[in-house]
Design a binder for this molecule. Structure first.
Ligand code: AMP
Length: 172
């Protein structure tokens, strides 16, 4: 299945969650096992040669792709969560979204100094979410060696400055 075939299975919802946002709804792709499988296999080919110790997946749609990829890569899975969800000591970072502001947390002992981490989310827009996650990983002394997305909204992402290369499967 080509990236174009995958894209054809992602539904566009205008004005969600706010007027002016064209929301990329991946649920329609996940419903079909052959499409979900093709997404994981295509994302895997983008990262299979990277030397990583962990995949850090961003709540919540990043979990959907991060977990099977960590399993396939044979590396640990680090969960980046919305505030108040993680039970042990956390690092905290604020960020701004295409639609509002929010913050993210990571357990302080999730990664250690010198670990190589790949950060994953479903979609890259303005980059605020992934940038905050990179700061969390760096606070723990680990290296961000790459960032991975199923979808990149190139008009919004073109001026994004991230500390590591961006790998994306579908550019819209
Ligand atoms: P940003 O921080 O601007 O790069 O926004 C990326 C985050 O917001 C990701 O976690 C996405 O799931 C979500 N997001 C932003 N814009 C959209 C969109 N147009 N469609 C679906 N999700 C989006």
């Amino acid at each position: 299945m080509t990236p174009e075939d995958i894209l054809a299975n992602i539904r566009n919802i205008p004005d969600f969650p706010k007027k002016g946002i064209l929301f990329k709804d991946i649920t329609t792709a996940l419903q079909k096992p052959e499409v979900y499988n093709a997404i994981i296999e295509n994302l895997y080919s983008l990262i299979k040669d990277l030397d990583i110790d962990y995949i850090a997946a961003i709540e919540s749609r990043g979990f959907i792709f991060g977990a099977p990829l960590a399993y396939k890569m044979g590396v640990g899975l680090v969960i980046i969560r919305k505030p108040g969800k993680l039970p042990a000591d956390v690092y905290h970072e604020e960020y701004s979204l295409e639609y509002g502001t929010d913050s993210l947390e990571m357990h302080k002992d999730a990664v250690k100094k010198g670990d190589n981490v790949l950060v994953i989310d479903d979609l890259l827009a303005t980059g605020g979410t992934v940038a905050a996650t990179c700061r969390l990983v760096k606070k723990a002394g680990a290296n961000v060696v790459g960032t991975l997305f199923l979808i990149e909204l190139t008009e919004l992402s073109q001026n994004v400055k991230l500390p590591a290369p961006v790998y994306s499967l579908l550019k819209c």
